[in-house]
Design a protein around this ligand. Structure first.
Ligand SMILES: Nc1nc2c([nH]c(=O)n2[C@H]2C[C@H](O)[C@@H](COP(=O)(O)OP(=O)(O)OP(=O)(O)O)O2)c(=O)[nH]1
Length: 134
């Protein structure tokens, strides 16, 4: 079986990153993540991220460089791959599939219970947010 890739978006605006609270399934409801999902067969990582941001948040985005390395998920059957993403057109993300959305500054990153796999990516964010603050 081929390795499943889950792409996820660290959307950064004015030195803050968008965190999203999962509403389902019940094992992970209430945990926070970066919006995203599975890359479909024949789809590029970038196209999957653009699609997921449209479906989950109703926004158009531009996909930038990756953050960190692939994080193994599901006992090695999948990986989490996070990209820096910026919003186009200044539209505001809406929680179309999530329970809640929150913009977190560098000192607020520990204020939500992230999915465990996100820890190494979250650890990269303070430096990145400082760099992108305006
Ligand atoms: N989107 C996203 N998924 C994450 C993160 N961290 C993490 O462990 N995951 C896991 C949770 C899920 O097992 C998997 C993503 O599944 P999903 O349910 O969001 O993907 P999807 O929308 O394509 O799923 P589906 O409903 O089409 O089956 O990756 C993260 O930061 N963002």
């Amino acid at each position: 079986m081929s390795l499943k890739v889950i792409v996820a978006a660290a959307i950064v605006t004015d030195g803050r990153v968008l965190a999203a609270e999962r509403s389902a399934p019940s094992e992970v409801a209430g945990r926070w993540e970066f919006p995203g999902g599975k890359v479909e067969p024949g789809e590029t990582d970038e196209a999957a991220l653009v699609r997921e941001c449209r479906e989950e948040l109703g926004v158009r985005v531009s996909v930038g460089p990756r953050i960190g390395a692939d994080v193994p998920l599901a006992r090695g059957k999948a990986v989490l791959r996070v990209f820096q993403v910026t919003l186009l057109e200044g539209t505001e993300p809406r929680a179309l599939e999530h329970a809640a959305l929150r913009w977190l500054g560098p000192d607020e990153l520990d204020s939500v219970p992230w999915l465990p796999a996100d820890a190494p990516i979250v650890a990269e964010l303070p430096a990145l947010l400082a760099e992108r603050a305006s």
